[in-house]
Design a protein around this ligand. Structure first.
Ligand code: HEC
Ligand code: HEC
Length: 245
């Protein structure tokens, strides 16, 4: 485990593009395939969801993840590593399971995801992450026209995204809809571009329908808006990390 942690720290320090020499994730066709079934309740997803997560154990199993996602779960404002803090356990477990079976590409993280084979470890790690408060000083849209972009993004979001991702970006735990509040602008933009263009193979087909016609400018506006959302009661106090109250 110690060796893996050192490897994680090394991997966190080199740019994502220069990913470490790791086996590529196995390929699965996912959303492009005609028998794709989103969030299919089988295998690891089903097993890990059936376990009760132990937060104390999860703090230990999370250690290796913190090398990239930071001990606070804040990720990086430049969007290379997403914020995880406060994310629903269901979403965390689904994403991890998808990365492991090759339904979502993540060459940087794959060597570490590959090691977390025990469904109990997945459940524990996720329970710990879900309990972390959402950092407030994350990456936002920084252009001079921020107010305009955010307003345009709000319009789109309320019409087309709110029913799934919630008015405050709180997602939906039962339905595997991710928390978006507090997520870094650049990560949001990258994910939405990948989902729109069919490169995130574990995407939700109903969301893909909504986002398919979006232009690059619309994705910028909606990412700017999403990065401005906050979930009352789940956010950290400014400049302080720690547990949700
Ligand atoms: C070497 C760096 C690294 C390590 C270590 C790492 N991750 Fe990641 N993780 C990433 C990167 C990079 C992404 C974003 C990939 C992308 O852009 O799609 C990511 C994405 C994720 C996501 C998807 C987030 C979302 O919003 O959909 C989850 C969940 C996650 N990681 C959990 C973990 C857990 C749990 C661990 C510990 C077992 C871990 N990561 C260890 C680099 C890392
Ligand atoms: C039908 C419900 C639904 C709708 C409508 C929807 N989404 Fe999603 N969205 C999802 C689900 C589910 C995921 C996670 C997909 C997966 O399982 O990997 C997701 C993922 C995302 C992500 C990636 C989050 C992450 O942590 O990686 C972003 C960003 C996002 N949605 C933004 C939007 C925006 C913006 C809209 C409106 C244009 C929208 N969504 C509409 C269900 C929806």
């Amino acid at each position: 485990m110690k060796k893996l942690l050192a490897l994680a720290i090394a991997a966190a320090l080199i740019p994502v593009t220069a990913a470490l020499a790791a086996p590529p994730a196995p390929k699965a066709s996912g959303i492009e395939s005609k028998d794709y079934q989103w969030a299919k309740m089988e295998g690891e997803l089903k097993e890990a969801l059936a376990k009760k997560g132990n937060i104390k154990r999860g703090k230990e199993t999370y250690e290796i993840c913190g090398a990239c996602h930071l001990p606070s779960g804040a990720g990086r404002p430049d969007g290379t590593f997403p914020q995880l803090a406060g994310q629903h356990t269901t979403v965390l477990i689904k994403q991890m399971a998808d990365i492991r079976v090759g339904l979502r590409d993540n060459p940087t993280m794959y060597p570490f995801a590959k090691e977390m084979t025990d469904p109990q470890d997945l459940a524990d790690t996720s329970a710990y992450i879900e309990g972390l408060c959402i950092p407030v000083d994350h990456g936002k849209y920084e252009g001079a026209d921020a107010a305009k972009q955010i307003a345009a993004g709000k319009d789109l979001y309320e019409k087309q995204c709110k029913e799934c991702h919630g008015a405050n970006g709180d997602g939906n735990k039962e339905k595997f809809y991710p928390v978006i509040a507090g997520q870094h602008y650049k990560y949001l933009l990258r994910q939405m571009t990948e989902i729109r263009d069919g490169h995130r193979r574990n995407a939700n087909p109903d969301m893909v329908k909504v986002i398919k016609p979006y232009t690059g400018d619309q994705l910028v506006a909606i990412s700017a808006y999403q990065a401005s959302l906050s979930m009352p009661g789940s956010m950290c106090k400014p400049k302080a990390g720690g547990k949700k109250k």
